[in-house]
Design a protein around this ligand. Structure first.
Ligand SMILES: Cc1cc2nc3c(=O)[nH]c(=O)nc-3n(C[C@H](O)[C@H](O)[C@H](O)COP(=O)(O)O)c2cc1C
Length: 214
């Protein structure tokens, strides 16, 4: 059986105009909360793909974890010297996609990325397990390394350098980005590939909204 034979019916709850909040970010928060209620025990509901592009417009994409969500946008944390970090310095526009397969839903967001303030970064960093904090020091994310032993040796160095779990500072090249949305699409899978799609476009302080063909 080939990949072309894999076929599922997307039998999601209908999504209608009446279900939608006028504020796109409120609507995104509702869907994230619903996904959490239904799927948290089974899957990482805050996993999302984030696409960036370099100065020549060549895209790259990877998964990250959505760690905060409010009127200002959607936040994730990472190494600022990683490939995505470098690309966002060259070109601050990004796109993200959240997908919850069991409930046949997808959210797409596009917008400009702003660095998260150092205070917010420090506050989040402090919540991470101590060895994840040491790991942030040990890894020059996205740079090549000879072998597994080399990264474990770098981690061991950080354990000697920061023996106290309560005294591990945030690396200066570790931080966060907030994607401030100017376009948000909600997609609800429906039978016969006649999916429900609504797109919000930022207009001044508010949003306009329209239904898209599936
Ligand atoms: C489910 C999942 C969640 C991830 N979350 C993060 C994250 O929050 N931050 C991060 O820097 N990398 C995260 N990663 C690793 C990234 O996908 C990626 O490998 C790394 O950030 C380097 O990407 P880059 O070289 O494009 O910068 C995650 C990977 C997966 C599969």
């Amino acid at each position: 059986m080939g990949l072309a034979d894999l076929r599922r019916t997307y039998d999601g709850t209908p999504l209608t105009e009446a279900d939608l909040h006028e504020n796109a970010m409120v609507q995104v928060a509702r869907w994230v909360a619903e996904a959490r209620d239904e799927l948290e025990s089974a899957t990482e509901v805050n996993a999302m793909s984030v696409a960036t592009a370099d100065a020549q417009g060549r895209p790259s994409v990877r998964m990250v974890l959505l760690k905060d969500l409010d009127e200002r946008g959607l936040t994730f944390f990472t190494n600022l010297d990683s490939r995505k970090g470098r690309e966002l310095r060259e070109n601050p526009y990004a796109a993200l996609c959240l997908h919850w397969q069991p409930i046949y839903r997808q959210i797409r967001v596009q917008g400009r990325c702003e660095p998260v303030s150092r205070d917010e970064v420090d506050a989040y960093f402090a919540t991470r397990p101590a060895d994840s904090r040491r790991g942030a020091w040990a890894s020059e994310q996205s740079a090549p390394i000879a072998d597994r032993a080399a990264i474990e040796a770098r981690m061991a160095e950080q354990s000697l350098r920061f023996p106290d779990d309560d005294a591990i500072p945030t690396p200066t090249n570790w931080g966060g980005f907030r994607i401030a949305p100017d376009e948000v699409e909600l997609w609800q899978g429906r039978p016969d590939r006649l999916h429900d799609r609504f797109v919000y476009l930022r207009e001044g302080d508010g949003w306009t909204r329209s239904r898209l063909q599936p």
